[in-house]
Ligand binder design. Structure first.
Ligand code: HGY
Ligand code: MN
Ligand code: MN
Length: 412
């Protein structure tokens, strides 16, 4: 039985982490940035060195399979972009482990190599365009091009221009879907990005389902005014309305369901002067849960309260939907195969839901898909302090190799 080369896996992870690496150990490979492109070039070069044919698609996804092999393949991999000031393993780990698995199989002449394709997805995080999973949505043909066409990125740069800077044509992104029928199943290895596995002493987990993620951009419009001469009773303070709503978010969402979570990741007041009552406030909101009706209820509860607060503050509110990815149950055959892999590796098969979104959620709507998790130290992620022990990183890659073999045997 082929066995991955753990030292080579760890060395590649260290090398990739240096691309866009930060002094504090984090990485900054924001999608479509120079560092992201550099990380992708490195990934393609490592494929070529291993005799794997690398192909970049219209959406900047990088695929690799052995020359002369034809699909449909079992696809495995993850994303290569990161959040700003993020961790070195989120996404990168699954992509590099996929490379290590295919490289190992090819070196040992294992026929399974011919059934395997690997991928480094583009722009999973969605920080820049405030809606993610761009690469995998383009691959399956679900990407909403119209929303991107006249859109601006988070710093006001036209999305078309950002893509052109990365050598991609916005009008051709959906050409990526031509490859969809060459994939028969998908398996993603990822760090848990949460505290449960470490807390429960679980080394390896099978993902049963991935939460749905609903994202909005909200603007509150009040009256810009002088902060010194305007009595409180005459103010229409957009900043105050936004701050009041943000302060109530957690209780409102928990009141709908104890497992639901929500986040206001960014908030800005306009014009932002120390002595000016904000006339406008903008913030992003996301709500997550495994059940779509719970997400809807939580979004509704917040919207209702926000309307009330704005009425009291004499402000207006405008809500823009950014993205809404439904919850994704993983394929039962794949889950069963991965539970068997855990047993083969001497681990009790533990099943978890994923509170983080993943490309597997998108693929799962088109092909049988599954995920494997390894623990995150301290549950930290989307942080320079994100890390996982070398032992767990190697264990996960060993499980990935067995997982693609089990899936290839079961999914024809
Ligand atoms: O936001 C997420 O859950 C994922 O890390 N992109
Ligand atoms: Mn990720
Ligand atoms: Mn992430």
């Amino acid at each position: 039985m082929s066995e991955i080369n753990g030292e080579r896996l760890l060395a590649d992870l260290r090398t990739l982490a240096a691309i866009g690496g930060l002094p504090d150990g984090g990485v900054d490979r924001l999608a479509w940035s120079e560092h992201d492109l550099a990380g992708r070039r490195w990934f393609a070069e490592r494929m070529s060195e291993a005799g794997i044919e690398a192909r970049v698609d219209a959406a900047l996804n990088i695929f690799g399979h052995l020359p002369g092999t034809v699909g449909p393949w079992v696809l495995t991999g993850s994303h290569l972009d990161s959040v700003p000031n993020g961790g070195r393993l989120d996404g990168a780990y699954g992509a590099v482990a996929a490379l290590e698995v295919l490289r190992t199989l090819a070196e040992s002449g294992d026929p399974l190599a011919e059934q395997l394709e690997i991928v480094g997805f583009a722009d999973e995080e969605g920080v820049r365009f405030e809606s993610g999973l761009i690469g995998s949505l383009a691959l399956v043909g679900e990407l909403d091009i119209e929303r991107l066409r006249d859109g601006l990125d988070w710093q006001g740069v036209p999305i078309r221009q950002v893509l052109a800077g990365a050598g991609r044509d916005l009008d051709r992104l959906l050409e990526a879907q031509q490859h969809r029928d060459s994939i028969k199943a998908f398996l993603e290895l990822h760090i848990e990005q949460g505290p449960r596995m470490e807390a429960d002493g679980i080394d390896l987990a099978v993902v049963a389902g991935i939460v749905g993620v609903h994202r909005q951009r909200i603007e509150i419009q009040g009256t810009q005014n002088h902060a010194g001469t305007t009595p409180f009773r005459l103010r229409h303070d957009a900043g105050r309305a936004a701050a009041r709503a943000a302060a109530e978010l957690r209780d409102l969402v928990q009141g709908v369901d104890a497992e639901a979570v929500a986040n206001i990741g960014s908030m800005g007041f306009h014009p932002g002067g120390v002595n000016v009552i904000p006339g406008r406030a903008q913030f992003t909101l996301e709500v997550r849960h495994l059940d779509e009706p719970v997400i809807g209820e939580a979004v509704w509860a917040f919207a209702t309260r926000l309307e009330r607060i704005c009425a009291e503050e004499g402000c207006r509110v405008v809500v823009e939907l950014l993205s809404s990815v439904p919850p994704a149950p993983m394929n039962e055959t794949v889950v069963a195969a991965l539970e068997q892999v855990c047993r083969e590796l001497g681990r009790r098969p533990a099943k978890l839901s994923s509170g983080a979104g993943h490309d597997a959620a998108v693929l799962s709507r088109h092909v049988p898909s599954g995920m494997l998790f390894v623990p995150s130290v301290g549950g930290l992620s989307h942080s320079p302090r994100e890390t996982t022990s070398d032992e767990h990183l190697v264990l996960g890659a060993r499980a990935l190799l067995r997982g693609v073999r089990a899936i290839a045997a079961r999914i024809k």
